[in-house]
Structures are given as C-alpha cells and as structure tokens.
Design a protein around this ligand. Sequence first.
Ligand code: MN
Length: 136
Amino acid sequence: MKIVIIEDNPTNMKLAADVLKRSGYEVIEAFDADAGIALIRQHLPPLVLMDIQLPGMDGLTAARLLKGDEKTAHIKIVALTAFAMIGDRERFLEAGCDGYVSKPIRYKELLETVRSALEGQAPVNGAPSQSESEGW
Ligand code: MN
C-alpha cells in the first residue's frame, strides 16, 4: 500500500518513512507541497502524511486543495505537526485532515493513526472522547 509523505525536515522524513516501510507500506517522499501534490495525483495513494509547516504552500492549504478535487478527495490525510495547540484540531478537521500526529514522531502513535485513518475510523488522536482534555 502506497503512502505519500510530504515533509521538508529530512530527519522527520527519514523517521516516518522508516517506520512505515518497516510496517510494509510503500513510501513516496516529497519535500514540499507542490511536488507532493503532483506525486499524489500520479499515484493516487490511499493516504498522505502531511507536514503542516512547509516551505511555499503550507500543509493545510495543500489538504484543502486535495479534498476539493474530486480525483483526490477520497485520499486520507494525516497531519504532521509540532504545534499541538488548542484550536489546531478544529483547523485540521476544517481543512479536511483525517488524523493528526504530533512531533516528535512516536512510531506507535504514527502507525496507529495511519491504520485508523485507512480503516475509515476516527483516528486515535482525533477521536472524541470523555478525556477530551488530552485532546490532540
Ligand atoms: Mn516542516
């Protein structure tokens, strides 16, 4: 199963790519949104791991673009970001993201969120729960 990762930080890219490859996914790497969107349109992967802070077009703009295009609207998007702040969850959902992983990347959290998004369930981190204070 293909996953496109859009991430400009080489260390985070390597970490995320290694985790997903070890779990059997085929990883396609892009270091900015323009390159990533081109690869997504070419490969039509079931899921994209999208860094939010990118040079040029940011990840939320790219997510909106993908979700607004009927050819790519079905593709699950897991946001990857360092700023896990109050209100971000809503911003990510509004932009069409299906899940969220905060940096530093923890391999178990990354895999669980990717798997949940692929199964079409509410992602672990994004699931509404009684412990909403834990949030994203
Ligand atoms: Mn970045």
